[in-house]
Write a protein of this length. Structure first.
Length: 165
């Protein structure tokens, strides 16, 4: 019998890093009403991440609990949206943060709100913008998702800022 060598190639994929961040309708555009002084809330029914196996992950905070390495803002209970938050149910997601990347002067702040301890107030990505002069104003944000392996996927998401009628 001859000696034979077999070469195997194994590809390990991160479901988060390989995933697609989009509106729940599959588009890459969200439409939000922004002229409420409390801000517009983007919730789990509006945005998610779909992995290579078509599994859905919440990028909006969905776990009861506290943030670690990054205190929750004690005045309003919002997470700062930077590294180190532990407010996602999926063990695959370590953190999510959102940056404005669009070219406009309307967005004032973006923050993440954890699910309330009693589960009555859902987690949200809160967008605060100054009232728009027109009825619609396009912009873009980048959603960053850090997975348990340390990989960060960052994908743009178009937003249309709408004025309430």
């Amino acid at each position: 019998e001859a000696d034979t060598k077999t070469t195997l190639t194994i590809t390990i994929l991160s479901p988060i890093y390989e995933g697609v961040i989009a509106a729940t309708d599959g588009s890459k555009n969200l439409s939000v009403v922004v002229n409420n002084e409390g801000g517009a809330e983007i919730t789990n029914d509006m945005i998610n991440l779909t992995d290579y196996a078509n599994n859905k992950y919440n990028v909006v905070p969905d776990a009861k609990g506290t943030a670690y390495n990054n205190e929750l803002n004690t005045s309003d209970g919002t997470a700062t949206g930077t590294e180190g938050n532990d407010i996602w149910e999926s063990a695959q997601i370590v953190n999510v943060w959102v940056d404005e990347t669009g070219d406009n002067d309307y967005l004032r702040s973006i923050s993440l709100r954890a699910l309330s301890a009693d589960g009555k107030i859902p987690g949200a990505i809160t967008i605060i913008a100054q009232p728009t002069a027109d009825f619609t104003e396009p912009t873009e944000v980048t959603v960053h998702v850090k997975d348990v392996w340390g990989y960060v996927v960052a994908q743009p998401l178009s937003m249309t800022l709408n004025k309430a009628e």
